[in-house]
Write a protein that binds this ligand. Structure first.
Ligand code: NAP
Length: 278
């Protein structure tokens, strides 16, 4: 069987090229799309992620404002900062890099982001709208998974999708997006019994566990499509890639799969939010 390697870098490149054109059009109308990123504390990986997102914005012409708050910042101060951005009409998207330091009420901070600027899909209203099928900005990794599926014309309707993971930013929203597209969805988690047997029934496997090489090759049905959102230390995904490749019909690599498209979805949502202010 000839496997298709689902090339996230290629998908991402196409998205970013089309965004450049949209940004140019918006600028001609006097609108400069702008994403504000907020980083609290000095976690080095979070600093790297925020820098990558800011740089990606600038490459397509999106303005990026980076707010770096000290690790002692209180929930109240963080919410005040977010509310100021909510009221700033030059800002179209707000991204709070998470995790935030443990003394901060992260959920309360997310909830303070105005729905029309929630380009990272972290508010409960955004999640609810996504689940009900009219959300504008689903969380970026689920949006990236759907974008790859669509770019490669992978059929979803009537297929059995097994999502391993149920986090609010990944497993749950991607399950909702697949369900909205008429997949039969099974969402698995750490209390699921017989996980290998369930994964074996999947036409589409979404790996969102956060454990390196967790999903094994002999769990994969012949011809299944695998999208690996995992990103673990050492650039390792949540599936055992070489072993899963043998049975898959299409598969995302790590790196170069879901990751690059995730950032492109953040940029896309920011440009769309800016366009809505026309
Ligand atoms: P998370 O919040 O830690 O959630 C992990 C999920 O996996 C939980 O729902 C957990 O179940 C489930 N799980 C843990 N052990 C399991 C087991 N033995 N069997 C079945 N399910 C199990 O992680 P996340 O934020 O969703 O991220 C998941 C992965 O995606 C990570 O590798 C992360 O780095 C990656 N990620 C990538 C991107 C990207 O841009 N590519 C973005 C975000 C995240 P419980 O709910 O029962 O605890």
């Amino acid at each position: 069987m000839e496997q298709i390697i689902l090339d996230g870098k290629q998908v991402s490149k196409k998205v970013r090229e089309s965004l450049k054109e949209k940004v140019t059009d918006l600028k001609a109308k006097g609108i400069i799309p702008c994403l504000a990123t907020i980083l609290v504390g000095d976690d080095p990986s979070s600093e790297t992620y925020v820098k990558m997102k800011g740089n990606a914005c600038e490459k397509v012409g999106i303005k990026s404002i980076r707010l770096h708050l000290p690790k002692e910042t209180t929930t109240e101060t963080l919410i005040e900062t977010i509310e100021n951005l909510n009221h700033d009409s030059s800002v179209h998207g707000i991204l709070l890099q998470h995790p935030v330091p443990s003394h901060i009420d992260e959920r309360a901070a997310f909830e303070s982001i105005a729905i029309e600027k929630d380009v990272d899909g972290v508010t409960s209203a955004g999640y609810g709208q996504t689940a009900l099928g009219f959300g504008k900005y689903p969380s970026c990794t689920p949006a990236a998974i759907m974008k790859i599926i669509d770019d490669y014309d992978i059929p979803v309707d009537g297929k059995h999708a097994v999502v391993v993971g149920r986090s609010p930013i990944l497993g749950k929203p991607v399950s909702a997006l697949l369900l909205n597209r008429n997949a039969t969805v099974t969402t698995c988690h750490s209390h699921t019994t017989n996980l290998p047997e369930i994964v074996k029934q999947a036409d589409i496997v979404i790996a969102a566990v956060g454990k390196p090489k967790f999903i094994q090759g002999d769990w994969i049905k012949k011809g299944a499509v695998i999208l690996d959102a995992g990103y673990n230390k050492g650039n390792i995904g949540d599936i055992d890639y070489e072993a899963c490749l043998e049975n898959a019909s299409a598969i995302t690599p790590v790196p170069g799969g879901v990751g690059p498209v995730t950032i492109s979805m953040l940029l896309k949502h920011t440009v769309e939010a800016a366009a809505l202010t026309e």
